[in-house]
Ligand binder design. Structure first.
Ligand code: SF4
Length: 259
């Protein structure tokens, strides 16, 4: 829960700031003599109250789900709305407090993963997609695995071969994405019901937000050589995330974010 608290705490601060902004607009402009200014203020504040109510409801449901381990997908709309609206504000507040984006995004992925785990969904293998980042492939390998994963000869020099073995074992789709556009087109083409995505904090976060309302379990990659270069991933964490969907969401099967 500790990692999750960062995103949740900053979300709570974001909501307070948004509410304070609405109160400020009301107090500053509603008393003005110009009638048109009063109308504009009333409309703006009314919209802010509606939006904040939905966000607050979504946030309360997220907390409830995390604490009780119960699925709240029946209220997925306010939850997804809260995620999408609060995230940029949280990043902005993080900058003010000098909290790195990586930390906030890691916390966001943890919150997302736990919410997905409460759903306990069972997905057929052909409806599950594994998305991998291109940087898992060792840089001096000339095989064009982004065009076709069959071009990998599974030589063992990078984690791609072992992950492809997993995909064969569980008969699931796998795509190696060079960026968001490729990932989006794979999702559009294959129409999966769930995704397991391996990536860095930034790409996982944008992927999860892009895919809403599709459930995405995120597994963080490891970057012993710096970002985007000869990265690695905990194969067990990937397998657990796949099995989480394939076996119907057994509790604690997926650890989500890798160590
Ligand atoms: S396992 Fe070998 S062939 Fe496959 S991508 Fe990695 S280095 Fe290239």
């Amino acid at each position: 829960m500790i990692k999750k608290r960062l995103f949740l705490g900053l979300s709570a601060i974001s909501m307070l700031l948004l509410a304070a902004g609405a109160v400020y607009i009301w107090l500053t402009f509603f008393d003005r003599e110009a009638l048109v200014l009063r109308y504009i203020t009333a409309i703006l504040v009314f919209l802010a109250v509606v939006i904040l109510t939905i966000v607050f409801l979504g946030f309360a449901l997220i907390i409830l789900s995390l604490l009780s381990d119960k699925d709240v997908s029946v209220f997925s709309k306010p939850v997804n709305f809260a995620f999408s609206l609060l995230y940029p504000v949280v990043i902005w507040i993080g900058k003010i407090f000098q909290i790195t984006q990586d930390k906030i995004q890691r916390s966001f992925v943890e919150v997302n993963n736990q919410l997905i785990r409460t759903k306990k969904m069972k997905i057929l293998p052909h409806k599950l997609l594994l998305l991998l980042p291109h940087c898992l492939q060792v840089a001096d390998c000339g095989r064009r695995i982004t065009a076709d994963t069959a071009n990998c000869i599974r030589c063992g020099r990078c984690p791609v071969g072992k992950i492809l073995d997993l995909c064969d074992r569980y008969c699931i789709h796998v795509r190696i994405a060079t960026g968001g556009t490729v990932a989006r087109s794979a999702v559009k083409k294959l129409q999966p019901q769930a995704i397991v995505a391996v990536a860095c904090e930034r790409d996982l976060t944008s992927g999860i937000l892009d895919c809403i309302p599709l459930p995405v379990l995120g597994v963080l990659n490891e970057r012993p050589n710096g970002p985007c270069f000869n990265t690695s991933v905990n194969i067990n964490a990937v397998e657990k995330a796949l099995l989480y969907f394939l076996e119907g969401g057994e509790k604690n099967v997926a650890s989500g974010v890798s160590a």
